[in-house]
Ligand binder design. Structure first.
Ligand SMILES: [Zn+2]
Ligand SMILES: [Zn+2]
Length: 374
């Protein structure tokens, strides 16, 4: 991965090249390094593959945006890992080669090995499940190898027959200009074989749709947008190819009390103005149950307190973030006569002090006015 050239450099375009510019550059390179024009030339083959890989990423808006943001690393885990050989390239860009050469340039091989398709499953977790991890089971519909014909697609006891159109080559050769282009056999679609007696169970597909229950272990600390890969749990591959992967996309539901920011949890706790003024000890919910929070006297609206290590575990380090508690100071709206009398008494004591500070503000003396909070 480290030695990969920049894809834009490979195609010789600027980073903000349009789709058409990318396609034109790729077309030029593909024609220059095309294997039919450079038989046995390893360097040309590598350049041909490199250009195909670069174009494969950049003409796909999603992959291009990942690549633009994160470079080659951004494509790790997207299931894109470059091309193995010409077959891959031709099967991915069949349409473009049709475009370039007037007709398909698929170099087919018999019994083409194909990796199974990747699958996606969207999983909704509660706040607590995401915080502490969980184990669950999901039902996935996918194509698996047919149990009757074991993927061979013909009735047990019968065998595929050689395609008469291409004599089992899977391709037919046509000449256009100086290109001698082999196209996929239209009769056997490149397999080189015809199935006279298709398997009844899978109707000759070699695969059947099944519903499978898959166990998923969710690690503590996942968040909305987290993606888990279950290797080999995607669809079965063709002709003995490996199965694809199953990607589980996580979405985490909101919590009525806690909000999350990475590994920290944030919450708001209402307190009375007397508690704020005199200080108090109070019980606060945490992810692990209740915990006593000590509020100092003179606590102000919006003041923040922290329970270190009471947050959510980091997926990487397992270290837990903090719980951040912000106090909301509530002004009482229903007072008894006695409370009102006491507050009036209280305000008489406060009045002079406050008004002298307000006077400073009105006089535009910020230095003294700053003492307002004392
Ligand atoms: Zn079958
Ligand atoms: Zn054929």
């Amino acid at each position: 991965m480290a030695n990969k050239r920049d894809y834009y450099e490979v195609l010789g375009t600027s980073r903000n090249a349009t789709d058409d510019e990318l396609k034109a550059s790729y077309r030029k390179l593909a024609l220059k390094h095309h294997p039919d024009r450079n038989p046995g030339d390893k360097a040309a083959e590598e350049e041909f593959k490199e250009a195909a890989e670069a174009y494969g990423v950049l003409h796909d808006p999603q992959k291009r945006s990942l690549y633009d943001q994160y470079g080659h690393r951004g494509l790790e885990g997207t299931g894109f890992s470059g091309f193995g050989g010409f077959e891959d390239i031709f099967s991915s860009f069949g349409d473009i080669f049709e475009d370039f050469f007037g007709f398909g340039s698929g170099r087919s091989s018999q019994t083409r090995v194909q990796r199974g398709a990747d699958l996606r499953y969207d999983l909704v977790l509660s706040f607590m499940q995401a915080a502490f991890g969980t184990e669950t089971e999901i039902d996935v519909e996918k194509n698996e190898q047919c149990p009757v014909c074991e993927g061979h697609a013909c009735e047990p006891g019968t065998h595929p027959e050689t395609c008469k159109h291409c004599q089992g080559q899977g391709q037919v050769t046509r000449t256009q200009g100086f290109f001698s282009v082999r196209t996929t056999c239209p009769i056997c679609h490149g397999n080189g074989q015809m199935i006279a007696h298709p398997c009844a169970k899978c109707r000759g597909n070699g695969q059947v749709l099944v519903r499978k229950r898959v166990a998923v272990k969710i690690p503590a600390g996942v968040d909305s947008g987290s993606r888990l890969r279950l290797t080999g749990e995607g669809e079965a591959g063709g002709h003995g190819g490996p199965a694809g992967d199953l990607y589980v996309f996580v979405r985490v539901e909101a919590h009525e009390f806690f909000e999350r920011s990475n590994t920290d949890v944030f919450c708001r706790v209402p307190i009375g103005f007397v508690q704020a003024a005199l200080g108090d000890k109070m019980s606060v919910p945490t992810l692990d149950g209740e915990k006593i929070l000590e509020i100092p006297k003179g606590t102000q609206p919006g003041d923040i307190f922290r329970f270190t290590g009471e947050g959510i575990p980091s997926l990487q380090s397992r270290r837990r973030g903090d719980q951040i508690i912000q106090v909301d100071i509530h002004t009482p709206t229903h007072l008894t006569k006695k409370q009102v009398a006491l507050l009036i008494e209280f305000s008489k004591l406060e009045k002079n002090k406050l008004s002298s500070k307000l006077k400073n503000i009105l006089k535009g003396n910020p230095a003294k006015a700053n003492g307002l909070r004392n």
